[in-house]
Ligand binder design. Structure first.
Ligand SMILES: CC(C)(COP(=O)(O)OP(=O)(O)OC[C@H]1O[C@@H](n2cnc3c(N)ncnc32)[C@H](O)[C@@H]1OP(=O)(O)O)[C@@H](O)C(=O)NCCC(=O)NCCS
Length: 191
């Protein structure tokens, strides 16, 4: 037997309802113990059923990483903002079980997610990364060509500290810039 034979097999596949208890469990860890997410109360598994149904309706990907039959991580792309003109932009999320970090599963999930997004109508992906303290996420996104698009200072307060968000953006489909258009007075509105 070689080392390769003993290496656990990783499968990246679309999420199914039966995976969502594990997904909820992974997210609960980060809600309770980290500032990676600004959520403060772990959402129940029903939230994940709704999210999967919603993303499926929108044709957006929700993937899981399975190792030896166990869900060890997930990634999805969800609407960046609700207004319809944002329809070609999504925010991506990727979370791994804290017991399975640093073994390439995040890389495999994000690679599959970017590939899946590139087959949709999406043109832009945005990652919103709590900062400082999330070097792994920054390294992961940079690896796939995400570039820093801005920083929002002290927009979060959790576990007794103020937290910035670093925005990282990946252009899936280059978009030609068009001159400003539309009726006068449309600039300056809330986007
Ligand atoms: C971010 C996350 C998904 C990365 O997944 P992972 O499987 O641990 O990462 P990988 O093993 O695939 O490594 C990805 C990159 O991160 C780097 N990395 C991994 N752990 C790191 C750490 N603790 N510090 C710095 N860099 C790290 C790796 O070197 C690699 O970089 P490279 O491609 O330049 O070599 C995972 O750490 C995680 O779930 N973190 C908590 C949740 C989170 O913050 N999600 C992102 C929200 S936007």
């Amino acid at each position: 037997m070689t080392a390769d034979d003993r290496r656990p097999i990783r499968l990246i596949r679309p999420a199914a309802p039966a995976d969502l208890a594990a997904v909820a469990g992974i997210y609960t860890h980060y809600v309770r113990h980290t500032v990676s997410t600004f959520e403060e109360t772990p959402p129940p598994v029903e939230h994940w059923h709704q999210r999967l149904a919603d993303l499926t309706d929108r044709g957006l990907p929700f993937l899981v990483a399975e190792v030896s039959g166990q869900v060890v991580g997930y990634a999805y792309a969800g609407p960046w903002r609700p207004k319809p003109a944002y329809r070609h932009t999504a925010e991506n999320s990727v979370y791994l079980s804290p017991h399975h970090l640093g073994r390439g599963h995040g890389t495999a999930l994000l690679r599959a997610l970017v590939d899946a997004c590139a087959r949709t109508e999406l043109r832009q992906l945005v990652a919103v990364i709590a900062s400082p303290g999330n070097d792994a996420s920054v390294a992961l996104h940079r690896r796939f060509g995400f570039t820093e698009a801005g920083r929002l200072a002290a927009v979060g307060h959790k576990h007794g500290r103020w937290i910035d968000t670093l925005l990282m953006q990946l252009t899936l489909v280059p978009t030609p810039t068009t001159p400003a258009e539309g009726p006068a007075g449309t600039t300056g509105a809330t986007q």
